[in-house]
Design a protein around this ligand. Structure first.
Ligand code: NAD
Length: 491
């Protein structure tokens, strides 16, 4: 029996005791997770420095702050999320209780990726705990310092049986995927996403796939280019371009290409003064494999900014490529590094066509002052998210579901979306045993008259809230009429 099998068995047994279900227990575990983040801030920052050369403040801003925020919302709103949710009734069920009851799914497998090793692994865990599940946590082996730290410290804060951390590479993950789970939550690339879904299908296990892809960034020629470039430069080069929702490439008209290059150059100089190579807030490519992959993408393209590299440090300068063709190497796969190609198109019409000819992206960015153009992009394209006049920020809005569509993934999380994604919303109907006469229409013999009644009862939706509001309005109107009448009589 493999180690992975034993861990999953242990988590299932612990789940079956029911200890993960009481809301008080869930809140306690979430608070322990918050305590872990607070007490381990320095260790987490050190691990991220070693893995990706992230500065302490970058780690705080892009890793732990988001986890803290998700925990706070879950702790505050859990009783509301977990409560029965009444639904609209028909005349047939008017006297029944009809509601959705969120219930835990069971044992969830969370497979994390290396680029934000804490955020993409622990944010789904917040949802799993909040929803009352057990969860096996598998951090990415590629960000090895973070993975080892998670394995060492998390069990000191969370229930060890319910929330074990399993470290390992491809073979360990594949062994985990052979086990039966009640949900698999995977973050990573689309190729492995398919393998995950295939493995889950053998047990009919539902999956959430948080994948990536090429997120386009369309810039309208009439926009304030200075502001647009500040936001794009930040969104692209943070974490050395290794962000799933980083703008992958720019689409713009040829007339603004050179001004764009000038503005991005100014931003790079401002954000990473002197030299990005020695500046603490500029990261590194995760490893040599990705370094070589990125360098080979550069072949045959025109470098407008940057292009310098140092293989021994996995350093690639913030780099902008101009006049990039749609069929070039750079445009065939997600870049996931500090290379920003500019592809010129004739206008919004061609931009929409260009986007729609490719896989549905995780994020789509539009920079424009023209609201009509933004609404047109929303109407005529599809992506996990669309952000106008900024980059990345939708990730921070817990009320917005975070996830892809088509090749960029399936399922969603953040805030209540995490809770719902990792819960089963059970359909409940509680009927009383009286009023049996009302059921006559469904029992044989099925006469025309009974069918006519059934039609009315089945098809009439009753909005209890609306009825209640109308009754209140009628009551207030009668009261007002009565008072006015009395006043008029007294005169
Ligand atoms: P990775 O190499 O860390 O792989 C992710 C996980 O898959 C790891 O835990 C790894 O152990 C496992 N894995 C790898 N190969 C496997 C195999 N053959 N069988 C089973 N498991 C395997 O990360 P990555 O895939 O390089 O991550 C980068 C990708 O993830 C990019 O495409 C990026 O856009 C995407 N991403 C998406 C999000 C999101 O929230 N949508 C967030 C971060 C990254």
């Amino acid at each position: 029996m493999s180690k992975e099998h034993l861990v999953v068995e242990r988590a299932r047994k612990a789940f079956q005791t029911g200890k993960s279900k009481p809301l008080e227990f869930r809140v306690n575990q979430l608070k322990n997770l918050r305590r872990f983040i607070n007490e381990s801030r320095k260790d987490i920052a050190d691990a991220c420095k070693k893995d990706l050369n992230k500065s302490g403040n970058c780690t705080e801003l892009f890793e732990t702050l988001g986890i803290d925020g998700e925990i706070n919302i879950a702790v505050k709103r859990l009783s509301e999320w977990a409560a029965p949710r009444p639904v609209e009734k028909s005349l047939l069920t008017i006297s029944d209780e009809v509601f959705l009851q969120p219930e835990p799914l069971g044992v969830v497998l969370i497979i994390g990726a290396w680029n934000y090793p804490w955020a993409v692994t622990l944010q789904p865990l917040v949802g799993a705990i909040a929803a009352g599940n057990a969860a096996v946590v598998k951090p990415s082996e590629v960000s090895s310092h973070s993975a080892k730290l998670m394995e060492k410290l998390l069990p000191l804060y969370l229930d060890e049986e319910l929330y074990p951390v399993v470290c390992g590479g491809v073979s360990e993950t594949q062994e985990l995927l052979r086990q039966r789970f009640d949900h698999v939550f995977y973050t990573g690339n689309s190729t492995v996403g398919k393998l995950v879904m295939e493995a889950a299908a053998r047990h009919l296990t539902p999956v959430t796939l948080e994948l990536g892809g090429k997120s386009p960034c369309y810039i309208d020629k009439n926009v304030d280019l200075r502001v647009a470039c500040r936001r794009i430069t930040w969104g692209k080069f943070v974490n050395c371009g290794q962000t799933c929702i980083a703008p992958d490439y720019i689409l713009c008209e040829p007339s603004i290409q050179n001004r764009l290059v000038e503005e991005i150059q100014k931003c790079i100089t401002e954000f990473y003064p002197d030299n990005p190579k020695t500046f603490e807030d500029y990261g590194r490519v995760i490893n040599q494999h990705h370094f070589q992959r990125l360098m080979s993408l550069l072949e045959g393209s025109t470098v407008a900014i940057g292009g310098e590299s140092d293989e021994s440090l996995c350093y690639i300068a913030p780099t902008v490529l101009k006049d990039v063709r749609g069929d070039s190497k750079l445009m065939q796969e997600e870049i996931f590094g500090p290379l920003l190609p500019i592809v010129t198109i004739s206008g919004v019409e061609e931009a929409i066509r260009f986007i729609n000819e490719r896989e549905k992206p995780l994020a789509l960015y539009v920079f424009s002052q023209d609201r009509k153009l933004i609404m047109r992009m929303i109407a005529e394209t599809s992506s996990g998210a669309l952000v106008a006049n900024d980059c990345l920020v939708h990730f921070t809005v817990s009320a917005l579901p975070f996830g892809g569509v088509g090749n960029s993934g399936m399922g969603r999380y953040h805030g209540q979306h995490s809770f719902d994604q990792l819960s089963h919303l059970r359909a409940c109907l509680i009927k009383k045993l009286n009023m049996e006469a009302a059921n006559a229409m469904r029992y044989p013999p099925h006469t025309d008259k009974k069918l006519a009644w059934a039609r009315i009862f089945f098809l009439t939706q009753v909005n209890i809230d609306r009825l209640r509001r109308m009754a209140m309005l009628a009551m207030f109107t009668s009261l007002a009429a009565f008072i006015v009448q009395r006043i008029l009589r007294q005169r």
